[in-house]
Design a protein around this ligand. Sequence first.
Ligand SMILES: NC(=O)c1ccc[n+]([C@@H]2O[C@H](COP(=O)([O-])OP(=O)(O)OC[C@H]3O[C@@H](n4cnc5c(N)ncnc54)[C@H](O)[C@@H]3O)[C@@H](O)[C@H]2O)c1
Ligand SMILES: [Zn+2]
Length: 360
Amino acid sequence: MSIEILEARQEGREYPVCVGTRAAAAAAELTSDRDLVALVTCGPVRATPFAERLERQLARAGNLKLVHVLPDGEKGKRLAELERAAAKLLRAGATRRSLVIAVGGGAVTDAAGFLAATFMRGVDWMAVPTTLLGMVDAALGGKTAVNLPQAKNIVGAFHPPAAVLMDPTALATLPFRELRSGFGEVLKYAALRPSLLPAAARAAARGKADADLVAACARIKLEVVERDPLERGERKLLNLGHTFGHGVEAAGGFRRYTHGEAVSVGLAFAFRLAARMGRVADEQAFEVEAALSEAGLPIRVPAAVAKRAAALMATDKKRTAAGLRWVLPERVGDGWGVEWDVAADPAALRAALGDIAEDA
Ligand SMILES: NC(=O)c1ccc[n+]([C@@H]2O[C@H](COP(=O)([O-])OP(=O)(O)OC[C@H]3O[C@@H](n4cnc5c(N)ncnc54)[C@H](O)[C@@H]3O)[C@@H](O)[C@H]2O)c1
Ligand SMILES: [Zn+2]
């Protein structure tokens, strides 16, 4: 199978985003001019056949000097881990010409990307995402960060990678719930570009993401980010389903619902809200909901969760002074487009909350 190469352009920098089964093998070829290559990953990923093969290829290429294994998931996104990793890079002899290769989900690419952003005031890094969410979202756009105990992603930097390599075969070992959760984000792109909806819905229902689908989603994110790198306007579109989704995630104590599951409920909510405001037809909201639920994603939450989510979303960090602004669809011809900074009237909000609430 061939590799599809998308060009990402961001703040005067360009980098290739390669999608396909040979993408990861290409990593080794891109490292020959480096004095040192450091692979940053986490335990569960390092144990996968995909990562083992990649590590062997890098070792054979000659300049892999360090493999740093972060604690899994959010535990790897800590300042203390950044210090440990930076000290190890220094001990290994890393210079400004060294390269960090992040192999893992969004947690690893966020943490390793931030390490690269800050080590010696910035070294190059390459992202090799191994989750669906990492491929269509976290590894694209140049946002890197770690958490504080008080807040997620609060210490970070914009530091676009030198290349992103996405091999969908890496997803073969991904736990089912993580994969399905990634489809929540895939269906967000489909809701942004309804022409993608039929293909995305079919793939989500089968639980199989191929290179074409990953590339289609990546292209949407890259186009939006290129036009609005610092999230002044259009990039807000990528938050479709996230306003209420963040509320659902918080209402579930960040345990009950994964991010993608919460986004799924948030997408259903955004379309119900738009329908209640007369912006789209009920059938259009049903179409999006059908795609989500056929993927096995939730589109309803218990009434108590819905109520709590509504209270919590008002404290979302992206709130503007004028009150909550929504990313909502609006009918265009037979389909719809999506707009940001939309005010919602309280009666429609209440009605939409009733629509997505179910009895526990
Ligand atoms: N920078 C951005 O723009 C951006 C965007 C969205 C999300 N994020 C961040 O991404 C993170 C979530 O990313 P995620 O959903 O990928 O979760 P994750 O990185 O925590 O990975 C989920 C789990 O899957 C495992 N895993 C990963 N790849 C695997 C594979 N191929 N086979 C087997 N197991 C595998 C991981 O070890 C982990 O246990 C959050 O920290 C979030 O803040 C960042
Ligand atoms: Zn998201």
